[in-house]
Design a protein around this ligand. Structure first.
Ligand SMILES: [Cu+2]
Length: 137
């Protein structure tokens, strides 16, 4: 009788323990990756990524809709935005031919029509950690 109770207890305990372990593994996987944030939009509906004095992209990991207008607005004297991959943000393709976005200035980029992801950096402040990712979803 006692062994029957033990078997019943084990069969109850094992599924619980297995589920708990699986949950922890999922949580760790989610916690490891960066959190992508939708940038705020301005009055024109453009998604605004701010170039801050940290120096940093804010948000550093941005997700925007396909075809969205994205504005890189600078809070510092000169940021030079580039990206890995063709068709990504490039501040040389703005009214600032040398790519340097002045304080208060902005560079506009149109996201592609399909899903994509671009690593972005500022050539002047990359060494200080000014890197980010723009995901088009
Ligand atoms: Cu910069």
């Amino acid at each position: 009788m006692r062994s029957v109770v033990a078997v019943a207890l084990l069969s109850l305990l094992f599924p619980f323990l297995a589920g708990c372990t699986g949950g922890e593994a999922d949580g760790e996987a989610d916690g490891d990756g960066p959190v992508f944030v939708a940038p705020p939009t301005d009055a024109d509906g453009a998604h605004v990524i701010t170039l801050t004095g940290a120096p940093a992209f804010d948000p550093s990991h941005a997700v925007v809709p396909a075809g969205a207008t994205v504005v890189f607005r600078s809070q510092v004297d000169g940021c030079d935005v580039r990206s890995d991959g063709a068709g990504g943000p490039d501040s040389r393709q703005s009214q600032y031919g040398n790519g340097l976005i002045p304080r208060g200035g902005a560079c506009t980029w149109t996201a592609p029509a399909g899903e994509a992801e671009f690593a972005v950096h500022c050539t002047l402040h990359e060494g200080k950690g000014m890197t980010g990712v723009v995901r088009v979803a």
